[in-house]
Design a protein around this ligand. Sequence first.
Ligand code: UT7
Length: 358
Amino acid sequence: MPTPAAVLCGLGTSLPERSVSNSGLIAENQLDSDEDWILDRTGIAARRLADSRTSTGDLAHAAGRAALDSAAELAGAPVRPDIVLLATTTPDHPCPATAPEVAHRLGLTGVPAVDLSAACAGFVYATTCAQALIAAGLYARPLVIGAETYSTTLIDPHDRDTAILFGDGAGAVLVRAGTPDEPGALLTQDLGSDGGHADLIQVPAGGSRRPHGTGRSDRYFHMNGRAVYAHAVRRMTNSARDTLRSTGWRPEDLEAFISHQANQRIIDAVGDRLGIPPAKRYGNLRDLGNTAAASLPLALADTAARRSVPPGARTLLTGFGGGLTWGAHTLTFPEARPHSYAPHTHHGTGHNTGEAPR
Ligand code: UT7
């Protein structure tokens, strides 16, 4: 029997309703910044921000439900995941993990469920785990979710270095065992980390190293933007090259490039170094900002919703985040139509907003 391939067969998203423009954010948070500076230096024009009652689990649940409905539509029958992997840096609680409650709310009580923490690279780590579980024959239908609420948890609203960058949201993919010639097949992957630079992106307190810290600032997300920028470009470029080599693809063979949505200048620098033209670069950074572990599934679903890329097209995903962590996947573009639901603050299923996923 050949080793089964992992095939993306359902796409789901969930976003907070409130969209805040650069000028709105500057006014609201009294930031010493400028809307044109933010757009020019990052490519971000707006972001969705969760209200204080909406948790990461609420968004993850709605995106997961949407991915299951998307998969059911494609399959013509309901699809039941056999494991749930939730990539997040902003879980509902320090303990327990958020994934078991999300699984329970999805009607999957009893199914294994676990959180994975790799900051903005969390989604590529989680899809690689799903791929490995399928290849090993241990699980056949992993539900992979990336969900974050940075704005209500880790971000100091008055810190212009970080508040301008991050937005909230969740994206999910249902993965199933299949064959590499199907649309949505994950082909090869590359993952890496460098903990020698753990200090470049860090929340100093709240963990066992410094449980309490000395002030409010220690509980917030700190980033050395310039150093992270340089690492992001170098690590994503190298990781993409390794993955393309394993697949036997040249950059010019690619039909779509979807990078972690952190900064348009980073995306363009990686695209330029790889020789991927701007017309093949897809994403939704302008409207959503950096949604960390949710960024790649949100960008993938947005690209699918716009029908910008045909099913089966040769696609490259790259991710990068704190840790440092990074990774890349080659895949053929999935054929599932994305669904999008609003988050439900209280337990229960999400309701369809009818809006196209962003
Ligand atoms: O998702 C995890 C990965 N995260 C990332 O990949 C983020 C990587 N880093 C970045 O995206 C960029 O470094 C930033 C967007 C964070 C900053 O952009 P930059 O081009 O690296 O700016 P800079 O820090 O070099 O600052 C340039 C200038 C400075 O002024 P002077 O010294 O040239 O007069 C800053 O004081 O821009 C100023 N500046 C700002 N001005 C208005 C820095 N931040 C702001 C701001 N508004 N928010």
